[in-house]
Structure formats: C-alpha cells, structure tokens
Design a protein around this ligand. Structure first.
Ligand code: MN
Length: 702
C-alpha cells in the first residue's frame, strides 16, 4: 500500500501545530519536484519512498523537523539540490539533519568482518551529532527493508546483512524495540529465506493448538487480578521469528521446546500495581526459582523497565509473564523516540532534543544507582554523545581515537614505527596537514620515509597518550645521543689544545674520573658537557696525563653538520648562515648557541675559553637558514609582489615582510628569507638588485 500525503497529514494533524503541518506539506512538494522523473526499482515514483519514511516517523510521533528531514533525506544525494538550498527553504536545523543522513548513507559498511560491526554501530552514532539523524536513518532503512523485494538477490543479502549487523543493534540500543523486531525479521527472511519460511509455517501450525490454552491462562490471570482488586491489561505474546531462530541456534533448544513456553504481558497504571500484580500472579501459579528479574528497580542499559517472572501453569506448562506500566510499555516499544510522543502545546524543536538528552542523563543516573556504571558508559553515553571518533585505515580497519585526534595520533596508534617515520598524510585521498583534527568516517593513509624523524612541534597538537609518550621518548633519546656526541667533540677539542686526544686517554683514567663524579657512566658525563652544564676544558685538564707537558696549542674548530640538531641553536640576534664565520657560546642547560663571530651580543663571553667554542660549517651542511634583509625602494604599486617574485626566482622563500617606514616617495622594508647559505643569499640579493624601484639592499645582522 502506497502512502499518501493526505494519510500522513491526517495523522500528524493530531499532534503537530498547523504551522508545522504546513511546513511538512511544503517539504513534500519540494521533494516531489526534486525527485521528479525518478522512479524506484519497483516502478513507483521515487517520492513515495521519502513519504513512507516520513510516515514511519509520524507513527513514532516525531517532531516536524524530523518529518521534513525524512521527506528530503535523499535529495542531496540523488538530485542537484544542495544543502544550502535546503537551509534557505527549511532552516539550518533541517539542513543539518538531511546532511547527517546523507553522510551516513555514504558510509560503506563492510560487514564481512563481524568484529567490525560493533565499531560501525559506534561510528554511525558518532557521526550523528543529533539523535534524530539516526532515527530518520533507521526509518529509511526500515522502509528499504520492507520494499527489498525488487532488489537483485546479491544486493538484497548485502543490505540485509548490513541492517542485521549495524542498524538492528542501534535500534536495540536506542530502545526502539518495535523497529528492531521488524528489521530483524525482514533481514532473517532475506538472508535465510528457507529457514524463515520453515519457522513461520511451524509457528502458524502450533498457533492453533496453543490458542485454547492461551485463552485459558489469560482468563485465569484476569479472574485472579479481579479477585485481588487489581486492574491490568493482559495480552498473550508470541516471539518473533528471528528470536526463535536465535534461541534455537545459541541455546540449542528445539523449536518445540521454545513453543511450549507461553508468554504473557500485563500492563497496569503504576509501579506499585506492578509489584502487587506480581504477588497475585505468584499466588496463582508456582514461580520457577531463579527466574525472577526486576528490571523496574534495575533497568536494562537501554532504559527498558519491566518485571519478568516464569511460572508453572496447570499441567506443568511453563508460563513467562512480563509486568510493566503503560508508560514503560511505550518506552519498551519506542525507546528514545518516545520522548517526542509526550508533546505539550508548542514545544520548541530543540526542547525535544534536550529531552532526549535528559533521557540519556536519566539512564546514566539509573545505571549509576544500579551500580553498573562501566557497562553503561560503554553502551550508552559514549555511543550517543561520543567523545571518540572512528576512522579507517587504507585497508578498511577501524581505529578508535579520542575527539581532536590528528594523523600523528593515528600513525602512533597503528604502530610506533609508523609514527616515528611519518612525513605526511592523506585524508580521504587528499593531502592534509598532520595537525588537522580527524573526523569520524575519514580514511587515513600515513606516508613514511625510512630515515624520517619525528618533530618536536608535533607535541603541540597530538592528543593521545600513546603518541605523546612515544614522541617524548624518541625526542629524549635523540637529544641525549646528540648531547653525548657534542660533549665528546668539546672534550676532544679541549684535549687537542693540550696536545692530546680522547682516544689516547686510558680507560683507567676515564673510569677513575667517572667514579669521582656524580655520574654512573662516561656517556652521562659527556651528555652533561654537551648540555653545557660542565666545562669541557676542566674535564680535559683532569683527563690529560699529568706527565704530558705539551704546550697548550690552538683550539681546533668543531665541525657542525646538522641544522636540525636539537642540541644546536642558532642565535636570533645575528642569524648566522652557512659560509659565515661563527662561534659557539655555551650556556648551562641550553647547550650551544651558534652566533656570528662578529655578533655584538657575545663580546663578553667570547674571551672566556670555557664558554666559547670555535666552530666551522660542514661543507655538506643541509637545511634552510633565515637571513634578514633591509631594503630601500622607491614607492611604486606592487613593489612587495616584485620583491617576492625576485626571491622566488632565486629559489628561496620569503618568511616575513615588514614595512618599516613609508613616505610619499620611498619605503623601508624588512625581509626575512630562508636560504641554504651565503652563496644562496647573494643570488637572492642579485635578483633583488635587478628590480627597477630598488634603492638599496643589505643584509641585516642584528
Ligand atoms: Mn532513502
């Protein structure tokens, strides 16, 4: 039976404001126009599908925004209509809902790996920041399952598998029991048509035999309640096909054994009546020990509340009875959606959302009182209002990361070695900054290089403990080994000035020196020298053989070769670049700072042999260094752009530009450029000199 707009409208008329009904109608005409000319596989106009989804949600008495979103849910995906157009017509909230449903539709659930299913459920929930997105998606899926007949068999099975693994459990978690049961039976039929037909036929057959007995028990229960002055609505209940199948499989019981149990449900007005009815029922039939469950005092994690008991009826037949209030019955069937049911007057849309949140909060409290907070947090809170995101590896494995996690966190979560050799990343096949926060559903590929090294700057944006700890560990080790190397060079240099070298010093002497120090081994001592805490010159004097009375020679300059070194720092006052005469200044705890030999800031230290170290650039020095230029130009339109392209023409980068002074005719500009050394810098300056408006360019050294 095709749904019609009139049918839906007559239903929502009873619980929505006239203005809201008008908006729902408008959304229908909007969708009808957008999907014009599109048809479902079964031949009906496409718009019948969104209308049916809206009808399902109207049965749940959802708010008008959910209904509008249901009507428009396939519009972004299947028609040229954009999110912006929906926002212009129906507002930001509806557009957000439609966009959320579209994103979920894009998720390709790969259900081959069963252990992944639970993560997919979480991912789906994490992607929907508004619970209504999930409810629209569930209704969409329910209608697709109801109309699965027209699909080719392979596709049918795939959709059914996905629904059974992902969407039915989500419905269960949200307490949408009716939806869950219908989804499960539809999936069961699609995946196992033979088994489902067999069980269906068997249930029909046994129904006839059971009918009389069910009536008898029902009557007996009614009489007893009446005699005890209690009122309740009693219904006989049947298990759904999939749950019978599950029971047969997992508990290895026969069909007959399952059907031999007779189920009843009693609905009443208050919690108090529930317990009275329980007593009355236990009085009528003997309860089976150990089978009573009080889910009223201790609700299930999805909020389900009821009393469950098993009894021995006449002729020893087993009877299962559920007792609950009418309110609990509504909750048991509709779960979170039940919160849109109790609409009073004109409820603002976000109020119902607030109420849904309150529902979760209420669950939290109930669960807290039940003393089972861990299970609760696992199952409900994190899922509904997630602190976590779920992303894919290139092979489709799902990784769980905290919100705000970056590609570096992801890399370290995969493996420490991946993190340590990471040089870049692709997010959804596009290059992205390593510092960018990832989003649920993203696919991340990490690019690595064998000799790459992690950067200390990553510490400023990683959020996982694992990445942070691995980075700290790596950087600490690297700094230590660099400091040891530097300390050894300092010591050798000082020894050289005394006419000897470290290699010639006996191990005994070294051991003696170490034991007289506070260090446990020589490397610790070298590290201390490298860090600038201890003077190489003094240690050298202690190490040099007393007999050696060589004249004190000239200090040999130390080669520096790694611009990325963590131990070396380059002075910002004079900005030395390879090719410049340089001097190292040691300061306690900070290691060595490289200055220009001519830097005015080091006049005091340079005379102190314990604080200054002669240095020389390695011929193979790599990396980029910043140099500062002072430039005077004639004012002219586009002069900054001309400077920038001159720098680029010399293969260098502009790091910053500051305009220092400007008058009517001339300007003073401060330019910071990144170059590889002096030769490179002079090429840059040559290019700048060729510019017409140039008056003067010179390097500024502090
Ligand atoms: Mn759809």
């Amino acid at each position: 039976m095709l749904p019609t707009l009139d049918k839906v409208v007559s239903r929502i008329d009873s619980f929505l404001e006239p203005e809201q009904v008008r908006l729902v109608k408008r959304a229908y005409y909007f969708a009808e126009q957008a999907h014009d000319g599109q048809f479902r596989r079964s031949g009906e106009p496409y718009v019948t599908h969104p209308l049916a989804v809206a009808e399902i949600l109207s049965d749940m008495r959802m708010d008008h925004q959910s209904l509008i979103a249901a009507l428009l849910h396939d519009v972004i995906e299947d028609t040229p209509v954009t999110k912006a157009a929906i926002e212009a017509q129906f507002g930001q909230e509806v557009a957000g809902l439609v966009d959320g449903v579209t994103k979920l539709t894009h998720l390709e659930f790969e259900t081959k790996k069963e252990e992944q299913a639970e993560n997919f459920q979480k991912m789906a929930l994490a992607m929907a920041d508004d619970i209504r997105v999930i409810l629209v998606k569930l209704a969409d899926r329910l209608h697709n399952m109801r109309t699965l007949g027209a699909m080719p068999p392979v596709k049918k099975r795939r959709i059914a598998r996905e629904t059974l693994d992902i969407y039915a459990p989500i419905a269960l978690r949200l307490g949408l029991n009716e939806t869950r049961i219908e989804l499960e039976d539809l999936c069961f039929k699609a995946i196992f048509p033979m088994r489902s037909r067999f069980i269906e036929a068997a249930v029909k057959k046994s129904r006839g035999n059971r009918k009389e007995l069910i009536e008898q028990v029902k009557l007996a229960l009614e009489k007893r309640l009446q005699a005890d002055g209690l009122s309740g609505r009693i219904i006989g209940r049947e298990k759904h096909l999939y749950s019978i199948y599950q029971k047969m499989r997992t508990k290895e019981v026969s069909f007959q054994e399952i059907m031999d149990v007779y189920g009843f449900r009693i609905m009443t007005d208050s919690v108090d009546s529930c317990y009275r009815i329980l007593g009355s029922v236990h009085n009528l039939y003997k309860p089976i020990p150990g089978r009573f469950k009080d889910y009223i005092a201790i609700p299930k994690v999805n909020g389900y509340q009821s009393l469950h008991t098993s009894l021995q009826g006449m002729n020893q037949i087993p009877i299962e009875v559920q007792i609950r209030t009418e309110d609990m019955e509504v909750m048991a069937n509709n779960g979170i959606a039940a919160h849109w049911l109790y609409k009073s007057g004109s409820v603002a849309s976000n109020l119902s959302h607030t109420r849904a949140r309150a529902w979760v909060k209420g669950l939290l409290e109930m669960q807290h009182q039940a003393g089972n907070p861990i299970e609760f947090i696992e199952n409900v809170k994190i899922d509904l209002f997630p602190d976590d995101i779920y992303v894919f590896t290139p092979k489709g494995r799902i990784m769980e990361l905290p919100r705000g996690a970056t590609a570096i966190d992801f890399a370290y979560a995969v493996h420490t070695d991946i993190g340590n050799s990471c040089v870049g990343c692709l997010v959804n096949k596009k290059t992205a900054p390593l510092s960018q926060a990832l989003e649920s559903g993203d696919t991340i590929k990490i690019m690595t290089l064998p000799n790459a090294q992690p950067s200390a700057t990553w510490l400023s944006f990683v959020v996982t403990g694992k990445a942070r700890a691995a980075l700290r560990h790596y950087l600490k080790n690297r700094q230590r080994s660099e400091s040891i190397t530097l300390g050894r060079q300092f010591l050798d240099q000082s020894l050289a000035s005394m006419g000897t070298q470290l290699q010639l010093v006996s191990n005994d002497r070294i051991a003696k020196l170490v034991s007289s120090s506070e260090f446990s081994d020589f490397d610790d001592l070298l590290e201390d020298i490298g860090l600038g805490n201890r003077m190489a010159f003094i240690v050298a004097k202690n190490l040099a053989e007393p007999s050696s009375d060589h004249p004190v020679g000239q200090m040999q300059a130390i080669n520096i070769s790694d611009s990325d070194s963590m131990t070396l720092k380059y002075a910002k006052c004079c900005r030395p670049i390879p090719g410049d005469p340089i001097l190292g200044i040691i300061s306690a705890g900070r290691g060595m700072v490289v200055h220009l030999d001519s830097c005015k800031n080091i006049l005091d230290q340079r005379r102190d042999a314990n604080k200054s170290v002669p240095l020389r650039w390695d011929a193979e020095m790599k990396g980029e260094f910043l140099a500062e230029l002072r430039i005077a130009v004639h004012n002219q339109r586009g002069v900054i752009a001309m400077l920038a392209s001159a720098v680029a023409a010399a293969d260098a980068n502009v790091e910053s530009v500051t305009i220092l002074e400007k008058d009517a005719s001339t300007g003073q500009i401060h330019l910071t450029v990144a170059v590889t050394g002096r030769n490179h810098l002079s090429r840059v300056m040559r290019k700048i000199r060729q510019l017409k408006p140039l008056i003067k360019v010179s390097r500024s050294k502090g």
